[in-house]
Design a protein around this ligand. Structure first.
Ligand code: FES
Length: 509
């Protein structure tokens, strides 16, 4: 694209600007009060709070800490979770919709308080949050959402303009929200927790749970962590426990680009109401004023060419902002539950020791923080006003069941379509750094040719429940459209629910 060079490698802006500690893999069986699986905002917030209660806590991550969804966020700390409050009012009523807002507000206050108390240098800054639209039909939706704000006593205002100079028909502001550098903040929480005896293990895969007299996590290397409570904070719960989480959530992929700004930013954080999504915020990275542009959401594995999503964001940045070169590009994956409210609490009805937090629907900074607090309160026997709202065992027949059926019909379609598609692409004609599907000895094979022309082949059957994975050209991964598992081009699991790698096919097979 004229005027812009796309960064070769997807790399989020946050990880480049902070040096994170590394930790060893677990090499023996151990005991703890609480074992947390997943080193993102939920896991680290819970570790920070639980270790203050003198509990023995261990934190495991299948890869490196802060390298999952938390490391790939826009890091807006806001209760303005898109157009949600009118919908919550009609599905849940005033009391629960109000609790949802209060939970997000409390998360923001917790972060603000923690930053002050620990003098954390993480660029925390109060900013107003805006939803804007350039479509007449969405203008009506903004109006309805403002009425919901009024019912819930949320401070906001409808306007036909906003500080940012974009073509709009209207905007709805929620005052006094915030933004920060998520990894600087979480690194500080992690260090505090370590001072309070938290133990961290990286490259340690929680493969299974044994519910005998005592509860144990079994790692893929066969070591056990015997504990009183397990928190699955691994984005998708690493153990399903016949709770069918894979059928109760759907994954969406979204994209971000960032570049240095050449003009003074008007302040505020922005997201539009319509599709394609455009999310905008500023950040200061190593003294440089940057702008972040996010959006282009689609169901995982069902988008167009993934590079085209980055290009669309670049085009938007160039059209409306004085942005120099795009220096970063990365993508994120988020899970949405049937009723759009996260699942936080005991993962199953009949076992109180296995807890989870998932389905944050792109609003992980507030949802992950409140999840850490709710799960800590659950473990320490402290009352928490949000238990019932977020409990994973809730059941709301309408519209959840209809959505459940639609999601499963979609999964079935992908499973069957993927198996029947016949591909005749010729591997010889494959360009460098590109992938295709081929049939080799009757098997459907995903073939990637790297920059040095080495060929990497994998069986494209997802090891979770057997859907066919699709090539993601932007990130060079094989993504599953059914429940969002992602695999590297050599087949390793990058994101679950799959636990096993794709089968590698040798070139001479
Ligand atoms: Fe469930 Fe692939 S993630 S089948």
């Amino acid at each position: 694209m004229a005027g812009f060079n796309m960064p070769q490698k997807p790399e989020p802006i946050w990880r480049e600007s902070v040096s994170l500690p590394s930790f060893p893999a677990l090499k023996e069986s151990i005991k703890a009060d609480v074992a947390i699986v997943g080193g993102g905002i939920t896991g680290i917030t819970a570790a920070y709070l639980l270790t203050q209660q003198n509990l023995k806590v261990v934190l495991l991550d299948a890869n490196q800490i802060l390298n999952g969804t938390t490391g790939h966020t826009t890091a807006k700390i806001t209760a303005q979770h898109g157009l949600i409050y009118d919908e919550l009012l009609s599905h849940f009523g005033l009391e629960k919709a109000s609790l949802y807002y209060k939970a997000a507000e409390e998360a923001k206050q917790f972060i603000e308080h923690t930053v002050k108390e620990n003098s954390i240098k993480c660029d925390f800054r109060n900013e107003d949050a805006y939803i804007y639209t350039n479509s007449s039909s969405y203008l009506k939706k903004l109006d309805t959402e403002k009425k919901a704000y009024d019912k819930l006593k949320i401070k906001g205002k409808l306007s036909d303009n906003m500080p940012l100079d974009l073509p709009i028909k209207g905007s709805l502001v929620m005052y006094n929200q915030a933004q920060f550098h998520p990894l600087k903040y979480l690194k500080a929480l992690l260090e505090e927790a370590i001072k309070n005896q938290l133990t961290v293990y990286e490259n340690t895969i929680a493969a299974d749970i044994e519910f005998n007299k005592k509860t144990s996590i079994v790692t893929s290397d066969g070591h056990r962590i015997t504990c009183k409570y397990i928190i699955a904070a691994s984005h998708f719960p690493f153990h399903d426990s016949r709770s069918f989480y894979f059928a109760r959530m759907y994954p969406e992929r979204s994209y971000l680009v960032a570049g240095k700004q050449n003009e003074k930013f008007a302040g505020g954080m922005y997201i539009n109401a319509e599709s394609p999504t455009r999310s905008i915020r500023s950040a200061n990275i190593d003294g440089k004023d940057m702008l972040l542009f996010g959006g282009e959401n689609h169901k995982t594995g069902q988008g167009k060419s993934t590079m085209s999503h980055y290009e669309a964001l670049q085009k938007f940045a160039k059209e409306f902002f004085e942005v120099e070169e795009i220096e970063y590009r990365w993508s994120a994956q988020d899970l949405t539950t049937l009723d759009k409210v996260p699942y936080i609490g005991p993962a199953t009805k009949d076992n109180r020791t296995y807890l989870t937090a998932t389905g944050f629907r792109k609003w992980g900074m507030t949802n992950g923080t409140i999840a850490g607090k709710i799960l800590t309160d659950y473990i320490t026997g402290t009352e928490n006003p949000y238990f019932d709202l977020f409990t994973p065992s809730r059941f709301h027949a309408d519209p959840a069941v209809k959505k459940f059926m639609e999601i499963n019909a979609d999964v079935a379609k992908h499973m069957i379509k993927g198996k029947l598609e016949f591909t005749q692409n010729n591997i010889d004609k494959l360009e460098r750094d590109d992938a295709t599907l081929a049939r080799i000895d009757g098997k459907r094979v995903g073939v990637y040719k790297d920059k040095d022309e080495a060929i990497h082949m994998v069986d494209t059957t997802c090891t979770h429940l057997g859907c066919e994975v699709k090539w993601n050209s932007g990130d060079r991964t094989w993504d599953c459209p059914c429940h969002g598992s992602r695999f590297s081009y050599t087949g390793e699991v990058m994101e679950g629910p799959a636990k096993k790698p794709l089968t590698r096919i040798k070139a001479n097979n």
